[in-house]
Design a binder for this molecule. Structure first.
Ligand code: E4P
Length: 215
């Protein structure tokens, strides 16, 4: 299972990379805005800065919603760095753009997926990654993890190679359940990844060992 960090914050990306468990990064326009990255040149430079920290794939999202616009933007993003994955929304022109990039050998991440039907379309178009937003589904009283289970079954039925990238992950149990179900990738904030470290018996056990070592 791959671990991606879901942020555009360079310090957090470095921290996760230094831990040695990071396989990639996902960003979106909201995460870029949160870091105060404004203007096309600064945005493109920030993607390169991220690519220079990590050794895995970095998703950079297009903001066009028409085919020609997505192709133009996506090609410019893909030229920035070999690790850039073009992130494209699950809309009709987005599906066409994913197919286009797949045929050109450019990696894609189909984002804003909320149903098994959308996941099927993303796989048919050849998306490298497909991102169901489990936290946002939970927010509207729909079981996000159940969607991951459904998509896993569907993809395995037909041997689709598109990787299930569980997104909108909010807490460590989301990560553990995604691992149990068989998501290929999770993308999570540093807080959720770091929370996997925590167990009170680890803390008390370590304290005891260190105390005994002094005896
Ligand atoms: C990642 O690809 C998504 O954009 C992100 O996980 C969305 O997370 P949110 O629902 O916490 O905004």
């Amino acid at each position: 299972m791959k671990f991606f960090i879901d942020t555009a914050n360079l310090a957090q990306i470095k921290e996760a990379q230094d831990m040695g468990v990071l396989d990639g990064v996902t960003t979106n326009p909201s995460l870029m805005a949160k870091e105060g990255i404004k203007g096309q040149n600064n945005i493109l430079k920030h993607y390169v800065d991220i690519c220079n920290i990590v050794t895995g794939d970095v998703s950079a999202e297009v903001i066009s919603t028409d085919f020609d616009g997505m192709v133009k933007e996506g090609e410019a993003l893909a030229e920035l760095h070999e690790r850039i994955v073009v992130k494209i929304p699950m809309i009709k022109d987005g599906v066409k753009a994913i197919k286009y990039f797949t045929e050109k050998g450019i990696k894609t991440n189909c984002t804003l997926v909320f149903s098994a039907g959308q996941a099927l379309l993303a796989a048919k178009a050849g998306a490298t990654y497909m991102s169901p937003f489990i936290g946002r589904l939970d927010d509207v009283s729909t079981d996000g993890l159940r969607l991951i289970e459904d998509i896993r079954l569907i993809y395995d039925n037909y041997g689709f190679e598109t990787q299930i990238l569980a997104a909108s992950v909010r807490h460590p149990m989301h990560i553990i359940e995604c691992a149990r179900i068989g998501a290929d990738v999770i993308t999570a904030p540093l807080s959720a990844i770091s929370a996997l470290l925590k167990h009170p018996l680890t803390d008390s056990g370590l304290a005891q060992f260190l105390a005994d070592a002094k005896k």
